[in-house]
Design a protein around this ligand. Structure first.
Ligand code: KG4
Ligand code: ZN
Length: 355
């Protein structure tokens, strides 16, 4: 079965084709991606209306690219999948509208996919796919969650951020340091060359036994620290301080976020008794997080799986893959109702199969 998938929940337009494989994990035949980062950079963040318009401009050329990359025609497509939510309503409507119109024209069914399920299953696109069950650390721009994953569609929320997500903590701290949007990767690059112990920043909820996170206080602590550094340095703006100080504050911020993510993941593994961890979402690309998780998990004989680096952030491949895995599990069928009813807010544990 051939699944064509569309992702348009935020600032990346992604299209991909995946083939199901009765005996094994579905295979990615082709995928194409356009990132809007450059367009939004001038505004310091995503402008929803511009995002929607750009998805409209990009989606057809990307689809043509995928069809020729996969060596298939639209007539070969069996199911059209799209990101139904969560995300920006207007942006989601572009992908949903295109997917439903295409499916209706082809006389094929559609399947709306949960964006976080796409991230969660994205490590199955890697050369070293995980096996169920596992603990998943989902760290995207808008979500930080620990889940117990028994199988496709069987997700139990173990803990989540009560305020900002880890990605937001990276992005907001980076903004305070004058780094361009999206700040996460820029802050990480800067921090990789600094001293992570230079400044003592808070590790919220680190010692609590539950698996919730809280990152909102961290950006306030980064703000206060940067103001102290500006005053001590006798300059007007943080940007005017020597680069070494930028590196040290970035390294200290990254260390605070990573330590919390690593410790909470280890606690989740201990509490569930599972010996496999899957890390997914944009922050999963963070090198420091990967190094520390690898080191701590190796000590405990725990296997860690990540998506390929280029599939950590949003893409169409994970959406086509999640749809294919749902269909292949036989627990869900695609629909011929082309309602394109998107869900900008949509908790992942509400899509439990059998509920
Ligand atoms: O999963 P994603 O592409 O989008 C959402 O679904 O939200 O995640 C984007 C987030 C942003 O906050 C971005 O700054 C962060 O992932 N990110 C990183 C890195 N690469 C992306 N954060 C830290 N280190 C990185 N290398
Ligand atoms: Zn995402």
């Amino acid at each position: 079965m051939l699944v064509l998938g569309f992702e348009s929940s935020c600032d990346e337009t992604g299209v991909a084709m995946v083939q199901t494989n009765a005996a094994a994990v579905p295979t990615l035949l082709a995928h194409a991606l356009h990132s809007q980062i450059e367009m939004h950079q001038a505004f310091g963040g995503v402008v929803p209306e511009l995002a929607s318009r750009d998805h409209i401009r990009r989606v057809i050329p990307l689809t043509e690219q995928v069809m020729s990359g996969a060596g298939r025609t639209l007539a070969d497509v069996d199911v059209v999948a799209f990101t139904r939510g969560p995300g920006l309503a207007g942006a989601l409507l572009v992908g949903a509208g295109v997917a439903c119109a295409l499916a209706a024209a082809l006389g094929k069914p559609v399947l709306g996919v949960h964006h976080l399920e796409g991230h969660l299953l994205s490590p199955f696109l890697s050369a070293d796919p995980p096996e169920f069950p596992f603990v998943a650390l989902l760290v995207s721009g808008g979500h930080t969650q620990l889940m117990r994953v028994q199988g496709v569609g069987h997700y139990e929320l173990l803990g989540e951020s009560i305020d900002d997500a880890a990605g937001e903590a990276f992005d907001k701290s980076a903004k305070l340091m004058g780094l361009p949007y999206p700040g996460g990767p820029a802050l990480a690059r800067l921090g990789d060359n600094g001293n992570p112990k230079a400044y003592a920043l808070p590790r919220p909820l680190l010692r609590s036994s539950n698996l919730d996170f809280s990152f909102a206080g961290l950006k306030t602590a980064v703000l206060v620290q940067s103001q102290k550094m500006v005053a001590a340095g006798g300059v007007k703006r943080f940007e005017d301080l020597p680069i070494e100080l930028h590196r040290d504050l970035a390294a200290s911020t990254q260390a605070a976020i990573v330590e919390v993510l690593v410790k909470k993941s280890l606690t989740a593994l201990k509490q569930t008794g599972l010996s496999r961890l899957v890390v997914a979402g944009g922050v999963g690309a963070n090198r420091n997080l990967r190094e520390q998780l690898n080191a701590e998990c190796a000590k405990r004989h725990i296997r860690v799986h990540y998506p390929e680096l280029h599939l950590c952030t949003d893409n169409g491949a994970m959406i086509a893959m999640a749809a294919a895995m749902r269909l292949q599990s036989g627990q869900q069928t695609a629909s011929e109702v082309y309602a394109f009813d998107v869900k900008p807010r949509w908790p992942l544990d509400s899509i439990q199969i059998g509920r």
